[in-house]
Write a protein that binds this ligand. Structure first.
Ligand code: PEP
Ligand code: CO
Length: 393
């Protein structure tokens, strides 16, 4: 990358998964106003997290990332924040107890609003409207007004993120814990507006840890260009289509100085693909000598459609992917260093199975997600306890 980076240099690259804002003047005004707002996170905190991820790379810590697939304006309440916080802490205690390792806790909260979609437009009853891209972009209701991308939604998302972070900080402080935030840096106008500088160092102040999704991690992508200039620790989702040479090119772009703790590779292959797709990546990264943390997202490769139409994820498959990830990383001489989960502190019925045995017939009871199915607290704790066994020395 010979070109110079700036918070807006991504604009010269291919930006997928962005809304088509009709009112570009309103977008520019929203960006300018957001750029004048306070940072949500500090550079110090982001750098401290990089240091802790470097510890995990060395096998001396373990990274737990968890929370909603999509935060929503409707589900914003102190009770929901508190419940998800308590769930993250309980999972961390279980993982720490079995492994003896410090657990780095990171919430997919306080900014996880924007969603990549498989189609740009959605058709229902012979009407075609823009796809829902998360509450930061448009509304989930299927009508013209709701689905029109509105740049002013970024203000509400920012305010909710700020309030959520404030509550998480006080909950964590009360337990003398450190909790970090993370989300997919998908909506580039928003992320760009929240870039802040200290001296010559830039960081994305919308969260501590930002990741690039599986659909936007291709070479030449605007999202890769944006992320490479940030001092934050970064994640890259690794799905089954990612080839080793492409991954190495990405690593050279986002981490040319090979800094420890900077990059977390989040494998999300699907339970049946791990054994074929992950070893070539593990070998290529090892051979190239790139320092990375290997983490497992056992959710996104295991989404299926139930007979009654609900998008769900069978607990068994989620667990199988985690098992396969631990086995394959260890067999290749790498360290399984983290887990990335979609879950909520609310007692939802979105994923099937687990000891609580949510069935396909039950899915409609409390199916509240705005995007992908999440583990409920019982399922998330069960998974944490099973992963904890995999971490037992
Ligand atoms: C997500 O984490 O919500 C997501 C969309 O993941 P992926 O990019 O791995 O599909
Ligand atoms: Co998701």
């Amino acid at each position: 990358m010979a070109q110079e980076w700036s918070p807006r240099s991504w604009q010269g690259h291919e930006a997928l998964q962005q809304p088509d804002y009709a009112d570009t003047a309103a977008l520019a005004a929203a960006e300018a106003e957001l750029a004048s707002y306070p940072a949500l996170t500090s550079l110090n905190e982001a750098q401290a997290l990089t240091g802790r991820i470097a510890e995990a790379q060395a096998g001396r810590a373990f990274l737990l990332q968890g929370g909603d697939c999509a935060e929503s304006f409707a589900e914003f309440s102190p009770a929901n924040i508190d419940a998800s916080f308590r769930l993250i802490m309980s999972m961390a205690r279980s993982l720490a107890g079995a492994s003896g390792l410090p657990i780095i806790k990171s919430a997919r909260m306080a900014g996880q609003f924007a969603k990549p979609r498989s189609v740009d437009r959605e058709t229902k009853a012979e009407r075609t409207l823009p796809a829902y891209r998360g509450d930061i972009v448009n509304g989930i209701g299927f009508d013209e007004d709701e689905r029109a991308p509105d740049p002013d939604r970024m203000f509400r998302a920012y305010a909710q993120a700020y309030a959520t972070l404030s509550r998480l900080r006080s909950l964590a402080a009360a337990e003398a814990e450190q909790l970090y935030t993370c989300h997919e840096a998908l909506l580039l106008p928003y992320e760009q507006a929240l870039v802040r500088q200290e001296g010559s160092v830039s960081w994305g102040s919308s969260a501590h840890f930002l990741w690039i999704g599986d659909r936007t991690r291709f070479p030449g992508s605007a999202h890769v260009e944006f992320a490479r200039g940030l001092a934050n620790p970064l994640g890259i989702k690794c799905g089954p289509s990612l080839q080793p040479d492409m991954l190495l090119a990405l690593l050279d772009t986002v981490n040319p100085k090979r800094e420890a703790g900077r990059i977390t590779l989040i494998s999300r292959m699907g339970a049946n693909n791990v054994e074929a797709a992950l070893p070539p990546l593990l070998r290529a990264v090892k051979e190239a000598g790139h320092p990375v943390l290997w983490s497992c997202d056992p959710m996104h490769g295991n989404t299926v459609k139930a007979a009654n139409g609900y998008k769900t994820r069978p607990f068994e498959r989620i667990l199988n992917e985690a098992h396969a990830f631990f086995a394959v990383t260890r067999a290749e001489g790498a360290i399984p260093g983290g887990i990335h989960i979609e879950m909520t502190g609310q007692d939802v019925t979105e994923c099937t199975g687990g000891t609580v045995d949510v069935t396909e017939q039950n899915l409609g009871d409390r199916y509240h997600t705005h995007c992908d199915p999440r583990l409920n607290p019982a399922q998330a704790m069960e998974l944490a306890e099973l992963v904890a066994e995999m971490l037992r020395p």
